[in-house]
Ligand binder design. Structure first.
Ligand code: HEM
Length: 439
């Protein structure tokens, strides 16, 4: 009688949703088997016979993810960040390289490189490169992480490497992780000859999600979210709006290192932020939220409807809004996050400099955000963040460091890390001069 009276079907759907929603956050074998039970072992598309046929840019994801009706890319719904350390001092050796490459090649063969299968990249920190005698070439801008505002005291992620896994399929991401940890002999029908954990220790595991419905589904009882559960059902983010419009993102090509030993790679800053949204939803009207996230002019001209999908493929931040931010501060007593950050995010000819790929999180039992940003140089990210800080705007009495100053009142930086994403050919423990000796 499952479908006859409706009730049991609804219960089944709710249970299935509950399992899937918690599974990636929890991780591990039990989460995977619960997940597989719920998906009924639905097949996941397999990968390539020859991994060397894959694109050289590890960060080339855009052609392999879903897009919306405006051509904006929709990031994979489930994401995991594994922060990795090498257990011994000194540089890794040829056999470590071989082991790591073997584990990654099995993933390439096991899963289609897409949201339906698995997208991933591995990146290396400045501390990793410090293990070698040679420095990175001057052309690579990869400083260590540091505080990027006077009002934050983040923990610095200085682990050696960061493996970023992403998929629309919770079961695929969990199975890949289990196999990489050496806890599953085969993955999607491919035998694992080596595990990631034969080379690295997993220092930290962080997880997240992004997509319409996912934050609303997870908001109940979550620290940082008011008890009225205000996150709109159709919002991909806890703050209630869409982000990452095509015209306001750098292209993958633009953020790619054009030459030098790591040509084809990019740099990646990853911050982790905690959100406190009581006042965001409790004290602010919809118009005020629009003003603080986009710009006061967006609110005045009613440019944003609901979660903002009506904006199409562009946030509507114009060069005038960027230029007039000081004027907005005087006239409206507040400034918008996007208009402020965009000041640092454009070249003189208007090209966007960073490719933001942020997703939400319930790690540590609180509403949070993992914020990977790709750009050619880490300094570019630092400049954008300085623009977002809006310290210059506090000359206007109504604008305080955290109040009426975009969304700074509601977000708190917990961690920062910087990484180099090498091209695929150099993904296995490269030297600072762009080699993988013995391999
Ligand atoms: C909860 C946290 C955040 C939310 C909900 C959020 C949301 C948004 C939204 C809705 C926009 C306008 C639409 C778009 O262009 O994507 C935007 C723009 C932007 N955000 Fe954020 N953001 C957050 C945190 C950050 C952080 C930590 C940074 C780091 C620097 C950042 C950098 C930017 C930049 C640079 C733009 C402007 C893009 C441009 O037009 O040049 N955002 N953000």
């Amino acid at each position: 009688m499952a479908d006859g009276d409706g009730e049991p079907t609804r219960q089944r759907v709710t249970t299935r949703r509950n399992v899937l929603k918690g599974a990636v956050a929890v991780g591990g074998a039990a989460a995977l088997s619960a997940c597989l039970e719920q998906t009924g072992g639905e097949s996941v598309p397999s990968g390539v016979g020859d991994p060397s046929s894959l694109p050289n840019r590890q960060h080339a994801w855009n052609e392999h993810v879903r897009t919306d009706e405006h051509g904006n890319t929709l990031l994979p719904r489930h994401q995991v960040l594994l922060y990795l350390t090498l257990p011994e001092d000194g540089p890794a050796d040829a056999s470590d390289r071989e082991t790591l490459e073997s584990a990654l090649r099995t993933l390439d063969r096991a899963y289609e490189r897409s949201s339906d299968g698995l997208l991933y990249s591995i990146a290396y920190s400045p501390s990793y490169f410090d293990r070698f005698d040679d420095p990175l070439p001057d052309s690579i801008d990869l400083p260590g992480p540091r505080a990027l505002s006077p009002f934050e005291t983040p923990t610095f992620d200085e682990q050696d490497a960061l493996l970023h896994l992403a998929s629309d399929r919770a079961d695929a991401i969990l199975a890949a992780e289990e196999a990489l940890r050496g806890e599953k002999p085969a993955v999607n029908g491919r035998e694992m000859d080596a595990a990631l954990t034969d080379v690295f220790a997993v220092d930290d595991r962080r997880s997240g999600f992004v997509g319409a419905g996912m934050p609303a589904e997870r908001q109940d009882g979550l620290n940082g979210i008011p008890s009225s559960n205000p996150v709109p059902e159709e919002s991909p983010l806890f703050m209630g709006f869409v982000a990452g419009f095509r015209q306001n993102q750098a292209t993958e090509e633009y953020v790619t290192l054009p030459d030098g030993p790591f040509a084809g790679g990019t740099t990646k800053h990853v911050s982790n932020l905690r959100m406190r949204l009581d006042d965001w939803y409790g004290e602010q009207s919809f118009e005020e939220r629009v003003a603080e996230l986009f710009s006061p002019e967006h609110a005045e001209r009613a440019l944003v409807e609901d979660v903002g999908s009506n904006l199409g493929d562009d946030s509507g931040i114009t060069p005038e809004m960027i230029e007039d931010v000081g004027e907005h501060a005087r006239r409206f007593g507040r400034v918008g996050h996007a208009q402020k950050a965009a000041r640092g995010n454009r070249t003189n000819d208007g090209t966007v400099r960073t490719l933001r790929r942020h997703f939400e999180s319930t790690d540590d039992g609180e509403a949070g955000l993992h914020f990977p940003s790709l750009q050619r140089e880490i300094t570019t990210f630092e400049e954008v963040r300085a623009a977002m800080n809006g310290i210059d705007l506090t000359a206007e009495p109504t604008i305080r460091q955290r109040v009426n100053n975009g969304i700074l009142e509601y977000i708190f930086v917990k961690r920062r890390g910087n990484f180099l994403v090498p091209p695929r050919a150099l993904r296995a423990l490269p030297t600072p001069t762009g080699e993988t000796p013995g391999f």
